[in-house]
Design a protein around this ligand. Sequence first.
Ligand code: ZN
Length: 368
Amino acid sequence: MIDATYFDGQTTRRQPVTVIIHKRVVAMRGPGVHRTIRLSQLNISERLQHAPRILRFPDGGFIEVSDARLDKMLAKNRYRDPWVVRWQQNWPLSLLALISLLALLVSGYQWGVPWAADRIAQHLPSSIEKKIGDQQMMMVDARYMTPSKLDPVDKARLSRLFSELKQPRGEKTTYRLEFRNSRMGPNAFALPNGVIVMTDQLVLLARNDQAVLGVLAHELGHLQRRHSLRHLLQALGVGVVLHLWIGDVSSALAAIPTFFLDQKYSRDFEREADQYAIDMMHANSLPLSPMADLFKKMGTEQGVAKKEGDASVDEAGEDEDGDDVQQQNDTRNAPSRGNAKHEAPPDYFSSHPSDDERIAKLRAADNK
Ligand SMILES: [Zn+2]
């Protein structure tokens, strides 16, 4: 039996009582007050170092117990604190909980964000994709592009040839092909609004329609898989996406151009786009080796350009881990920013230049 204080929950009157717990029944007795209740019906406050424990009745009345023997009494009657409390009082478990939480957060970031970004990318209204793409096109045009100087006959031929190709698996991905003269040299990329940009320099470097068609197929692959949008959403985070969705589009879009400059596709996306190009060229009985040759040439060009400002370019085949490659790209880009010659728009096409593995895969595809 232990001493305690009873409050009826209606008034502030303190009533001294004694409490006994037996066979999971709590009996409380004092002058003019007597209550009996099953232990399971009481709400019992958690055990804290210096605070009394509160045993609360369903009707609001409660018993305040400072006597430490209560814990023993509760234990004897097989009362168990809720699991959270037990965890708090058990540091190895708490540590484990903390580590699990951290693991959850990290994996959430690692996998959850891309997953959410991909889900959202699949459902984002096309009006928003158009806004994002238009904005990016404006930015690229303003900073890097001038109107194409290619012979209109060449442009018309390439546009027609590509539009006549069958898309793989009978797909009907819509796109709009745009030619631009680029200050950055050979490049091609696809924007979320469905625009594929091909630079004059790439066409001139290729000197081969089939190579250009292969590159266009690669870009159509990026478009079909919504890589640009997925990448954007992954990098900017779901918050921005919700922003885009809910309303304040302009402020969210304002963040895009800077991001746009720094980002390159993951190797996975490039592999997917390469595979798409292979599928599409196969569907039209066209060879991939002209595209492989162009890759090789682009790699050489970039190697020469990079040597001027940067020594450590040779990343090809070094590391299969996408994250590492991404980081290498980031650090490599940092010092060259501000130097217009090295500053490239998001290279979509040449983000992992002249990767021997990619070239070999394209060549091998011709023998299948
Ligand atoms: Zn690409």
